[in-house]
Ligand binder design. Structure first.
Ligand code: ZN
Ligand code: ZN
Length: 253
């Protein structure tokens, strides 16, 4: 399996792209930076997109992506997400006001994108991979994903406050190579993390005790301006598995 981190920042600024993972060149998880990180050719190669939740930093390049691939693809790109997330995309984004409804363009029978509902816990076999959505604990309905092939697996929690199930799934995953989870705000903003259902380094430290596998833990979703404060706070967790997930990191397992 090949995993490319196209973006892993909790905020956008020069050099900091928003959440977007690319697996084996054809499957994306979230769409925070598809169009900033990929050439148009690489964008056309993306056939499946699994969205974790409706927040803008995870979906914002979908409109520009649909425009870029128009005319370059014969089969609709599948956009997989919870029903609530798809409803938000339809209602607020692909509504012909903010952006044309590419789920019926050029025709309802053969559109550019096709929406597909996911059910947490169900395994989806696509592009030679097995994808399992896992409910987490965020401000809106949100799933993390486990991505597996026959040799390796990684788990991505997406945005989440304190939660259990994603750790249970990771603990029982054979060939787990990487666990990705978040830290969004410094310890001094625990109230903000609580209100927006995110983690601080301190909260993350308590969460990681639930992970029983000795695998690297990649941290994503730091707010760019808070990095200088948060890096020592993450170090203070003293968990040897912990590392920062780097933009443009490339994993091959
Ligand atoms: Zn979010
Ligand atoms: Zn986010």
């Amino acid at each position: 399996m090949e995993l490319r981190v196209l973006g892993c920042s909790g905020g956008e600024a020069e050099g900091n792209r928003l959440t977007c993972l690319l697996v084996n060149r054809s499957l994306a998880i979230d769409a925070g930076s598809l169009t900033q990180a990929l050439t148009t050719r690489e964008q056309v190669a993306v056939r499946q997109i699994f969205i974790t939740h409706s927040h803008l930093d995870h979906i914002c390049t979908l409109p520009f992506f649909t425009k870029n691939i128009f005319g370059h693809t014969e089969v609709p790109v599948q956009i997989h997400a919870l029903p609530e997330t798809l409803a938000s995309l339809r209602r607020h984004l692909f509504n012909d006001e903010l952006w044309p409804d590419f789920s019926v363009i050029p025709s309802p029978d053969n559109p550019i994108i096709r929406f597909s509902e996911v059910v947490p816990g169900q395994v989806y076999e696509v592009e030679g991979l097995r994808i399992t959505p896992i409910l987490v604990n965020h401000l809106v309905p949100c799933v993390g994903y486990r991505v597996e092939d026959d040799h390796s697996a990684f788990v991505f929690s997406s945005d989440t406050a304190e939660t259990d199930h994603v750790y249970e799934v990771a603990n029982e995953t054979p060939n787990l190579k990487l666990f990705i989870t978040e830290a969004s705000f410094p310890n001094s903003q625990a109230w903000l993390a609580e209100a927006s259902k995110h983690l601080t380094p301190e909260k993350l430290g308590r969460e990681l005790k639930k992970l029983k596998q000795d695998v690297p833990v990649g941290i994503f979703h730091l707010t760019p301006g808070d990095r200088p404060v948060m890096l020592p706070e993450l170090k203070a967790i003293k968990d040897k598995r912990l590392m920062l997930l780097d933009q443009d990191a490339h994993f091959r397992w």
